[in-house]
Design a protein around this ligand. Structure first.
Ligand SMILES: *[C@@H]1O[C@H](CO)[C@@H](O)[C@H](O)[C@H]1NC(C)=O
Ligand SMILES: *[C@@H]1O[C@H](CO)[C@@H](O)[C@H](O)[C@H]1NC(C)=O
Ligand SMILES: *[C@@H]1O[C@H](CO)[C@@H](O)[C@H](O)[C@H]1NC(C)=O
Ligand SMILES: *[C@@H]1O[C@H](CO)[C@@H](O)[C@H](O)[C@H]1NC(C)=O
Ligand SMILES: *[C@@H]1O[C@H](CO)[C@@H](O)[C@H](O)[C@H]1NC(C)=O
Ligand SMILES: *[C@@H]1O[C@H](CO)[C@@H](O)[C@H](O)[C@H]1NC(C)=O
Ligand SMILES: *[C@@H]1O[C@H](CO)[C@@H](O)[C@H](O)[C@H]1NC(C)=O
Ligand SMILES: *[C@@H]1O[C@H](CO)[C@@H](O)[C@H](O)[C@H]1NC(C)=O
Ligand SMILES: *[C@@H]1O[C@H](CO)[C@@H](O)[C@H](O)[C@H]1NC(C)=O
Ligand SMILES: *[C@@H]1O[C@H](CO)[C@@H](O)[C@H](O)[C@H]1NC(C)=O
Ligand SMILES: *[C@@H]1O[C@H](CO)[C@@H](O)[C@H](O)[C@H]1NC(C)=O
Ligand SMILES: *[C@@H]1O[C@H](CO)[C@@H](O)[C@H](O)[C@H]1NC(C)=O
Length: 843
């Protein structure tokens, strides 16, 4: 034993960019490191191998946490005596070689690790190299959280497939990416001159047990297969390999007809022998460069993508084309279950339902997929909504290996501008009991392979990190990536416990920091559900444009099938067997019976399964419509607390991350009001039913911009109507004009918070100033496009609607309030309204 004097250099770094994610290895205050060993013994000297990476990571981590540098020694260079006080890392086989006897490593499986810190020789052992690396990360995670307890245990992953998917396009853009452009591609090729970010990403992924990455978009471009790109993919694979992360690619089904170097065919029929040879050749070529390639991911016959149905072949025949080509190389074919016809669904037919598509398309195919094929199923039957029931396909496929598809990138869930901690949402599906054959059938036990005795299965998450230093665009959203890896390793983990590990690793051990981020994160998904789409109606975002702000009417009257069927009296999808689309009947009997019946359907999925009157009473006793109003107010009210909770952390979080996070949480608080009012206005207008609490459409503290005295400003009718207070906004009357809107305030003398709701469009940076009584209260720019990562909008709508608030403004009755707005580019300095809020009131 050796005691180690800790230099408590615990001051806050002035600025952290977020690039290290949760692998910061910050000094830990009051660390009692007396037991820290002298050496790190790496049982494998091969550079670029996972054991070597583990030893380097241990060295780096311990140096950061303890400010103390340990030597790494390798098998060829040490005497056994050097290992007496050491951290020994490697595989069980390597350990046996080195020490002449196999260690005791109870129940250790592939990718699992055995960690024993009880002796003077800390043992970090994997059945395979990857496992040793995972053990090293786990040991460092403990220490970095100030946990120096003695442990000896084995940890194995719950499922072998723990992948991430990136939807990166070869031109460098990312579909549904909100953290900047691709770290992998630009201008059609791999970014072989910037592998650093890939290395850092590989570390982050390995540290949470992710073992493969599919690097290109499922809406795939055939040119991923060109000679130059195969070489580039080889470089990516070389970069990820030391971290035990294998690389896979997405394929375009019609690639044989794309005129690549492998010959140009006139067909992509999966049963055509030339096509089969073509794909075998491509596959052999890839494996020649990437011998450990993970496999392929295929999206076919969905949303315009080509696929086997073009040739009247089954989805299984299409999948097996690739599975067979991969089989000699040990690769896996992942086939997405997200197959539906997005062009021909007809809402006027009461029984049509996109939710039915997956089970219908896979009918008769169970057991027809090759053994090295896996069907990847989105958690719910529609598309990553704020709440969905578990996909019934998990119970339908019993002789086919399956994986669940989750989405870390917050496509429908605030695009990283809204804090929404997702593991609690994912748990509703992972823990759901589908009651196949009337026995316990948790989704997590189905995808692990346990329930139906499948040889493989597991997890995939769409992540979409980009070049932004924060990876995902927002510091706080990294908890979702961390949480994904942790749940894929052990889906029985508690989402709050996972979150708190992440908080300690990311922001340190201060209890106030722990409390605030825990409270905000755990409230965030329920709050988001409350202010976007409750009772199972789905996230009421704009499904035709950005998937970001509110636009409830975009759900209906189009063939996309994310319908609400809302009319003047009633709302919801009747998915019963008795009178609806029959979707409820796709579940095993016991679950089908629960959803078939209104009285047993949980309130939070009522409108998913039933079409009911707005006046129908929930189990809670509220009517449907009053629940809408209440939940939207409650959710937005919760979001109002986020910036203030965060502000209590000033000085406890480094300035850069403090600032960047405060900006987003403040934005979210404002945008939650945009959501609240849009959804409430919309259903108030449609149903004609008043809010029993008198809030909806009644905003006594607001001054509508259209009622102010306007110079060089004119009224503008916003569409959709509900995304402007009182339907109307104002815009400057010409390009490059400065407009003025003024009004005389009639409030009592006092101190107020003044909120200005405006629209921040993409394509210009309008300049605004606000004065009251001749004193300047604030000045700002319509520059969200530089500060937020969401898909931008060029319109006045629910995506561009933004609120800025000035606090503690002294106002005298009779003061003139004046806003000037200088148009820029296509942005006509739009203004919606101004709220003069007595302290404590938010509206
Ligand atoms: C050492 O690591 C290299 C690289 O990962 C690997 O190829 C080799 O098999 C390992 N050696 C042993 C004895 O496990
Ligand atoms: C952990 O290591 C200690 C000291 O070497 C040993 O006594 C103990 O048996 C080990 N624990 C397990 C579970 O192998
Ligand atoms: C993009 O690639 C093309 C060749 O495919 C090349 O001509 C062009 O210069 C590249 N552009 C940039 C900005 O690198
Ligand atoms: C196989 O692919 C290589 C490129 O890797 C190409 O040169 C060759 O012509 C292909 N062979 C066939 C039979 O398509
Ligand atoms: C597929 O089947 C349909 C109906 O059986 C037939 O009309 C069509 O011609 C077939 N298409 C092909 C490519 O064989
Ligand atoms: C990261 O994103 C933020 C917000 O979109 C932006 O302000 C910042 O410049 C970006 N940084 C990098 C390095 O891309
Ligand atoms: C049954 O379905 C019809 C449409 O076919 C619908 O108009 C009606 O409201 C439904 N009845 C019930 C009780 O849900
Ligand atoms: C739903 O509302 C319609 C129209 O107001 C009414 O005719 C019908 O009886 C209501 N149904 C229920 C179950 O309340
Ligand atoms: C969500 O809304 C419900 C219903 O109004 C409310 O009881 C609950 O507290 C809200 N939760 C959050 C986090 O806003
Ligand atoms: C934080 O933001 C404020 C304004 O939003 C700015 O004045 C300040 O310089 C920023 N501090 C840092 C460290 O970025
Ligand atoms: C709504 O706008 C109209 C003009 O478009 C205006 O006459 C009316 O006063 C406004 N209502 C409120 C509550 O400001
Ligand atoms: C707005 O214009 C009207 C009519 O010109 C004028 O009476 C009123 O004082 C003006 N109010 C302000 C605040 O400028």
């Amino acid at each position: 034993m050796r005691s180690l004097l800790l230099l408590a250099a615990v001051g806050l770094a002035a600025a952290e960019t977020g690039i290290d994610g949760w692998l910061r290895y910050a000094p830990v205050p009051n660390a009692n490191a007396s037991g820290l060993p002298i050496n790190i013994v790496s049982l494998n000297a091969t550079a670029n191998g996972p054991v070597h990476a583990a030893a380097s990571e241990l060295q780096k981590g311990l140096s950061g946490i303890f400010n103390h540098s340990l030597n790494v020694i390798y098998p060829t260079s040490y005497q056994l005596s050097d290992t007496a006080s050491s951290i020994v890392v490697g595989t069980v086989a390597e350990y046996a070689n080195a020490f002449g006897a196999a260690p005791k490593t109870p129940q250790l499986e592939n990718d699992g690790y055995f960690l024993n810190t009880t002796g003077s020789r800390v043992q970090i052992l994997g059945r395979n190299e990857r496992g040793a690396l995972y053990g090293a990360f786990q040991y460092l995670s403990m220490l970095a959280q100030g946990n120096f307890s003695e442990v000896a245990y084995t940890s194995n992953p719950d499922a072998p497939i723990r992948w991430v998917n990136q939807w990166d396009n070869l031109d460098g853009s990312i579909e549904r990416g909100y953290g900047g452009p691709s770290i992998f591609f630009s201008n059609g090729t791999v970014k072989i001159n910037s592998l650093d970010r890939m290395t850092q990403y590989a570390r982050l992924l390995a540290s949470i047990g992710v073992n493969a990455i599919v690097v290109n978009n499922v809406n795939a471009n055939a040119s991923i297969l060109t000679t130059q790109n195969v070489e580039g993919l080889g470089k990516i694979a070389d970069t990820f390999r030391p971290y035990g992360v294998r690389v896979g690619i997405s394929l375009n089904f019609a690639s044989p007809t794309a005129n690549l170097v492998y010959g140009n065919l006139s067909t992509f029929d999966p049963l055509d022998s030339e096509v089969i040879d073509w794909w075998q050749n491509v596959t052999d070529t890839l494996y020649a460069r990437i011998p450990d390639m993970a496999g392929y991911l295929v999206k076919a016959n969905s949303e315009g993508q080509p696929g086997p149905l073009t040739y009247n072949r089954t989805l299984a025949e299409g999948a097996n084309l690739f599975a067979n080509a991969l089989e000699p190389h040990g690769g896996i074919l992942v086939f997405r279950a997200f197959v539906y016809d997005s062009q021909h669904l007809n809402e006027s037919v009461w029984t049509q339902d996109r939710a039915n598509a997956a089970v219908e398309f896979f009918t008769g195919l169970d057991g027809k997929f090759a053994e090295n094929a896996l069907v990847q199923i989105k958690y719910g039957p529609i598309d990553f909504q704020v709440r969905e029931p578990a996909s019934p396909l998990f119970a339908y496929l019993r002789n086919t290996s399956t994986a669940i598809e989750l989405e870390v990138t917050q496509e429908y869930l605030g695009q990283q501008n809204h804090l929404v901690y997702l593991p609690p949402l994912w748990k509703t599906v992972l823990d759901f009991d589908l009651r196949a054959n009337h026995s316990k059938s948790l989704v997590r036990d189905i995808i692990s392979g346990e329930r139906f005795n499948r040889p493989m299965g597991g997890y995939a998450a769409v992540v979409n990190v980009g070049t932004n230093n924060t990876w995902l665009g927002s510091h706080l959203s990294m908890s979702n990536l961390y949480g994904y890896g942790r749940l894929a390793w052990d889906p029985t983990s508690d989402p709050q416990a996972i979150l708190q590990d992440w908080i300690r690793l990311t922001f340190g051990l201060d209890p106030a920091v722990m409390r605030a981020i825990t409270n905000m994160s755990m409230a965030s998904w329920p709050a988001y559900e409350n202010y976007t789409g409750n009772l199972g109606i789905q996230t009421l975002t704009d499904i035709l444009y950005t998937h970001y702000g509110p636009n409830p009417q975009s759900q209906d009257n189009n063939p996309w099938g994310q319908w609400t069927r809302a009319d003047h009296d009633s709302i919801g999808m009747d998915r019963t067997v008795a009178n609806g689309t029959g979707f409820a009947g796709q579940y095993p009997d016991e679950v089908a019976a629960v959803y078939e019946n209104i009285s047993t359907t949980p309130d939070n999925l009522l409108l998913w399964f039933h079409h009911v009157n707005y006046t129908t009473r929930l189990h809670s006793g509220e009517t449907v419509i009053q629940h809408f109003y209440n939940a939207h107010y409650a959710g937005a009210e919760t979001a109002q607390t986020f910036p203030t909770q965060w502000e209590a952390l000033q000085g406890k979080v480094d300035a850069q991350r403090y600032n960047e996070t405060l900006f987003r949480l403040t934005y979210q608080a404002g945008h939650s009001i945009v959501w609240r009012d849009a959804i409430n206005n919309f259903y108030h207008n449609l149903s004609g039913i008043a809010d029993a609490q008198g809030r909806v459409g009644n905003h006594p503290h607001r001054i509508e911009a259209e009622t102010m005295n306007l110079t060089n400003y004119e009224r503008y009718t916003v569409s959709p109507f509900e995304t402007a207070s009182n339907v109307t906004a104002i815009v400057t009357s010409a390009n490059a004009t400065t407009g003025t809107a003024s009004t005389r305030l009639t409030v009592q003398n006092g101190t107020y918070n003044v909120a200005v709701n405006y629209y921040d469009l993409y394509g210009g940076k309008a300049q605004y100033t606000l004065t009251i009584g001749g004193r300047q209260v604030g000045a700002w720019s319509g520059n969200n496009e530089d500060r937020l990562g969401n898909t931008p909008s060029i319109y006045l709508d629910g995506h561009s609607a933004t609120r800025i608030t000035f606090r503690n403004v002294t106002i005298r009755r009779g003061d003139v309030l004046e806003v000037t707005g200088k148009a820029d580019g296509v942005e006509p300095a739009p203004l919606d309204y101004i709220s003069i809020l007595p302290l404590g009131v938010v509206d």
